[in-house]
Design a binder for this molecule. Structure first.
Ligand code: NI
Length: 139
């Protein structure tokens, strides 16, 4: 890996034990890798809490027998076609469906779409996972 620098810092002994547990449980080979990823996670958080563009994945589980729910979810996605990039539908069983909606845009816009989708009657569960477009993570 290019451009590595070696850091030295102090933490409480008890905190170091917890760090070792976290590194081991997460399956990392060493602390450096783990801490690098922690920093990247934090940078991603900072990025999508601002005005920058983000990538968001909305996962919905719904009962397609609920009156009009499938049409309503599709209508909402068409209404926000500038932010919604793609959607994948999975028939989980005879009654339940999962839909994964991938978005790209301002974090506030993605959050608003996720909220509208999961508020619909018939939607049993909805999650939003936000990530970076990666622009600030390279170089
Ligand atoms: Ni279905």
């Amino acid at each position: 890996m290019a451009n590595l620098t070696r850091l030295s810092f102090s933490i409480e002994w008890s905190l170091e034990k917890k760090l070792e547990d976290l590194v081991r449980r997460a399956g990392y080979n060493n602390r450096s890798e783990y801490i690098r990823d922690l920093i990247r996670d934090r940078l991603v958080e900072e990025e999508w809490s601002g005005e920058d563009e983000a990538v968001g994945t909305i996962t919905l589980v719904y009962d397609h027998h609920a009156r009009g729910v499938a049409e309503k979810l599709t209508d909402l996605q068409h209404h926000h076609h500038d932010v919604v990039l793609a959607a994948t539908h999975v028939h989980l069983d005879a009654k339940l469906c999962a839909e994964v909606v991938i978005c790209r845009g301002r974090p506030a816009a993605i959050r608003a779409i996720a909220d509208r989708l999961r508020q619909q009657k018939g939607v049993l569960h909805g999650t939003l996972s936000m990530s970076s477009t990666g622009a600030h993570l390279v170089g």
